[in-house]
Design a protein around this ligand. Structure first.
Ligand code: VG1
Ligand code: CO
Length: 542
């Protein structure tokens, strides 16, 4: 029987770049999860009898929230819940399941690259029927609903068994516990030439994949070791843990430093990769080379036709605004449209649905295509492997060839974490106010030619998203972008994105930090980073 439980609103249930993310202890407050989930259900259309997909990255609190969501889905009238075994689904796998089984939508439980555990982070995100993150008009409606919610619906039933595949009834709703890996692996086999990759690996090509104790472990064991024949041990940290072994499941040179050391060591394999908490990010390395995510997007776009699933070519390329403009040059060379969107995967959904883009990417180690509506870590790894299997060149040679053809966009992101929110907001406000006066200004040897605050007019649904980052364009093709993170759970994080272009005839082998040094100094001066925050250097450089 459906129970209607009285509740009162929480003021802080505003979804950010990628769903609602908070400390676990915030989610553990009585009624907190229930309020948010009910707010989601209350703003959706008629889902009576329809299917909801449910899964998360296995972090602390995952199981409890899955049980709560199942009870609430039953009480609210869903006909079926498809839930991953053990409550686990990677974000791209969940996106695939929603699409493949024609679900109404899905709830994905993750705080992605943020750490997990009782004192760390948790998150809930709603994805729509196309498999992608809900667009802003829905997340905004969820937030407005959460501010006035006064009741939620549930049923009084015991916890369901998530640890065996199969089907059972919960208060008139069917719950199907599904294998989280099999549908995803099938999709990957349709897109890529597994035979060619198997031959490459059988011929002695060595690879290393760091699952960072997060959700991609089971997927990577199945795909890389079992289906592609890489030896056991190829996947490291392959068992998902609720606290990710105490680490940040964030694939970058700080948190995946073991992989970096391996790839720059004497016995380095040919290819190295890692993914994040929920499996949607990818980090790509070759022997003695790190491929920046922006460069990876460009190189993948230039070579994607080598994979069977993309043999027909691309419809267009999309990247988030702060992502380097390396992909723009590929789009130009291929005669394709290049779409520039705000940060966050939810902005790519419309372009993919409308057939305006095939491949999308973000500088934050996110790459994906129209095969799902999320970024997809292992997809990017397999695409790289497919390209390597066809071209039979090293990662370093492929990148050198790419730069020799398109030029090189030296790129870095500097993050200043744990800032006092008021100081960070003041910094951005001042920058915004200065924007009109900046063109024509000179800082050292650099001259600003354009300055604006990015806003996005969605070409499909015509929605407008404002204040998406301040960007400064310098003479000669350099650029600096400033924005505040929308995924953090305490204080504020300032992200400074730095980019400098070097043409095919220029110096293509400089050290990135040296190539960007002038720009870093100018960025600090222009935004008054030290003045506002007291910081002299970033916490993380990626
Ligand atoms: C960050 C990244 C952004 C990414 C988002 C979600 O957002 O910059 O590119 O889409 O995380 O990634 P922000 O607002 O903190 O800069 V993940 O792997 O959560 O799903
Ligand atoms: Co993620």
């Amino acid at each position: 029987m459906t129970l209607t439980i009285t509740t009162s609103p929480f003021a802080d249930q505003k979804p950010g770049t990628s769903g609602l993310r908070k400390k676990v202890r915030v989610f553990q407050q009585p009624r907190y999860v229930e309020n948010f989930v009910q707010s989601v259900f209350d703003v959706l259309g008629d889902f009576r009898g329809k299917t909801l997909v449910l899964g998360g990255d296995g972090r602390f609190l995952n199981r409890e929230v899955i049980q709560t969501a199942i009870r609430m889905a039953a009480a609210n009238g869903f006909g079926r819940v498809l839930v991953g075994l053990g409550g686990i689904l990677s974000t791209p796998a969940a996106s695939n399941i929603i699409r493949k089984y024609g679900a109404f939508g899905g709830l994905i439980l993750s705080a992605s690259h943020n750490p997990g555990g009782p004192d760390e982070d948790f998150g809930i995100k709603y994805n729509i029927a196309n498999g992608g993150p809900a667009p802003e008009k829905i997340t905004q409606a969820i937030y407005l609903r959460s501010k006035v919610i006064d009741r939620y619906l549930t049923v009084d039933v015991p916890d369901v068994d998530l640890d065996n595949l199969g089907e059972f009834q919960v208060a008139g709703m069917t719950v199907t516990v599904i294998d989280p890996v099999v549908d995803y692996a099938e999709l990957m086999e349709q897109l890529f030439d597994f035979g060619a990759i198997r031959t490459l690996i059988a011929g002695g090509f060595r690879l290393s994949f760091d699952a960072m104790h997060a959700v991609t472990g089971p997927y990577a064991h199945e795909l890389l070791e079992r289906r592609l024949g890489a030896p056991p041990g190829t996947v490291v940290n392959g068992t998902p843990l609720p606290d990710f072994g105490g680490h940040h499941p964030d694939p970058n040179m700080v948190h995946a430093h073991e992989l970096f050391e391996r790839m720059f060591g004497t016995e380095a394999p040919d290819f190295g990769a890692a993914s994040d908490g929920d499996g949607d990010r990818n980090l790509i390395l070759g022997r003695n080379i790190f491929v920046t995510p922006s460069d990876s997007l460009a190189a993948l776009a230039a070579n994607i036709h080598l994979a069977p699933g993309y043999a027909g070519g691309l419809k267009g390329i999309a990247r988030s605004m702060p992502t380097s403009r390396a992909a723009d040059r590929v789009a130009h060379a291929l005669g394709l449209a290049l779409h520039e969107t705000p940060t966050g995967w939810k902005f790519f959904g419309n372009l993919l649905d409308a057939g305006m883009a095939t491949i999308c990417g973000e500088e934050s180690a996110g790459t994906g295509s129209d095969h799902v509506r999320e970024k997809d870590g292992l997809w990017a790894v397999l695409l790289w492997l497919n390209i390597l299997a066809v071209r039979r060149e090293s990662v370093a040679a492929i990148m050198a060839g790419h730069w020799a053809c398109f030029g090189r966009n030296y790129y870095a992101r500097h993050d200043y974490e744990g800032l006092e929110s008021t100081a960070a907001e003041k910094l951005v406000r001042e920058l915004r106010e200065n924007v009109p006066a900046l063109p024509g200004c000179t800082i050292g040897a650099l001259t600003i030619i354009e300055a604006d605050e990015f806003e996005y007019h969605d070409p499909v649904d015509k929605s407008l998203s404002q204040r998406q980052g301040v960007r400064l364009e310098f003479e000669g093709g350099a650029r600096v972008v400033f924005r505040l993170s929308g995924t953090g759970t305490s204080g504020a994080t300032l992200r400074v994105y730095l980019e400098r272009y070097e043409g095919p005839d220029g110096n293509l082998n400089a050290d990135t930090a040296e190539a960007l040094a002038d720009l870093v100094a100018a960025a600090n001066d222009l935004a008054g980073i030290t003045r506002h925050t007291g910081r002299k250097a970033p916490d993380v450089i990626t």
